[in-house]
Design a protein around this ligand. Structure first.
Ligand code: FMN
Length: 301
């Protein structure tokens, strides 16, 4: 399947970062022309924080696993998306697989990993075939496989593993246990996955949305990324909106958007309360609607 045919089925979306224009393959091609330190520098400049809930700085996670000395390293994309009311990773995987997979390839290049896994929520098994088709297309276009994008010695491939419906397997160490074929129970930390993860090797676990932000940072720059959002919450956020409103769906908005602005955008009137961050988050009444959706205010994780 050609890239254009795959994209023909895609909904037209617009947004400041993730839903902005992107040419498939451009970030990987640019990344392999850079040094690993250049990439880490750009990531640090972007101040990207993990979108999986904890908001851990992505550049720190990548630096720690890049510095770890080991024969093998792994990249894991956390696509478990188990939080009730959350469905934004589904949109990225279905409509923007190039961003997610290329984010993984760039992570592999940066830390020296040759293999990556997507841990896909069991209920998303319906998208497995199309995602595997996309991976096959990337192999044909030399965006996966050996000597990727003409870079001698840079080999990387991705495999998709299905979860079996356990919420706890979204937690990164339980996820790793599950990937290894064990019961999905969290591990004691330390050691952290960046040092001892999958099969005891250094492993980066990042959320789908975090990885999807990386190609835009590489092509447009860390400082460009910081022009969106707030000082402490740079870039944009995908919001999964459902409930009593006329336009439910997935919206990309800059961090710092207030709850009342979001309610207007989604066509919600006379709202009594909003549940932010899924069932594990907080329930805010109208007194709080002036608050900003940002790590430093109403955090979404
Ligand atoms: C019970 C529990 C469930 C979680 N579920 C998810 C999940 O479905 N997806 C996700 O990306 N992170 C989930 N996390 C957070 C992960 O443990 C981890 O912090 C995240 O994948 C790191 O990625 P990031 O740095 O890109 O945010 C969960 C954490 C806990 C404690």
């Amino acid at each position: 399947m050609k890239t254009e045919e795959y994209k023909a089925e895609k909904t037209v979306r617009t947004g400041p970062v993730l839903f902005s224009a992107y040419k498939q393959g451009s970030a990987v091609k640019k990344a392999v022309s850079l040094t690993r330190d250049d990439i880490l520098f750009e990531l640090r400049e972007s101040k990207l924080k993990g979108r999986g809930g904890a908001g851990f700085p992505t550049s720190t996670k990548w630096m720690l696993s890049a510095a770890a000395v080991a024969d093998k390293k792994y990249i894991v994309c956390n696509a478990d998306e188990g939080e009730p009311g959350t469905f934004k990773d589904r949109v990225l995987l279905l409509e923007y697989p190039e961003l997610v997979f290329e984010g993984m390839v760039i992570a592999g290049y940066t830390i020296g990993a040759k293999y990556g896994f997507v841990y896909l929520r069991g209920e998303y098994s319906y998208m497995l075939a199309s995602l595997n088709d996309y991976l096959a297309m990337m192999r044909k276009e030399n965006l996966l496989g050996t000597n990727i994008a003409g870079k001698n010695g840079f080999d990387f491939d991705i495999e998709i593993k299905l979860g079996a419906g356990a919420y706890v397997c979204g937690e990164e160490t339980a996820l790793i246990e599950s990937l290894e074929g064990n019961r999905g129970e969290p591990r004691n930390r330390p050691p952290y996955p960046v040092n001892r993860g999958y099969l005891g090797y250094p492993t980066i676990v990042n959320n789908v949305e975090t990885l999807a932000s990386v190609p835009h940072i590489i092509t447009k720059g860390g400082s460009w990324f910081c022009t969106h959002g707030t000082d402490k919450s740079t870039g944009s956020k995908l919001f999964s909106v459902s409930g009593d409103c006329t336009k439910p769906g997935v919206y990309e908005l800059p961090w710092g958007t207030t709850i009342s602005e979001l309610l207007t955008i989604v066509g919600a009137e006379d709202t009594k309360a909003v549940q932010v961050g899924g069932a594990s988050g907080v329930c805010l009444n109208s007194e709080h609607f002036g608050r900003k959706l940002a790590y430093e205010d109403a955090a979404t994780g």
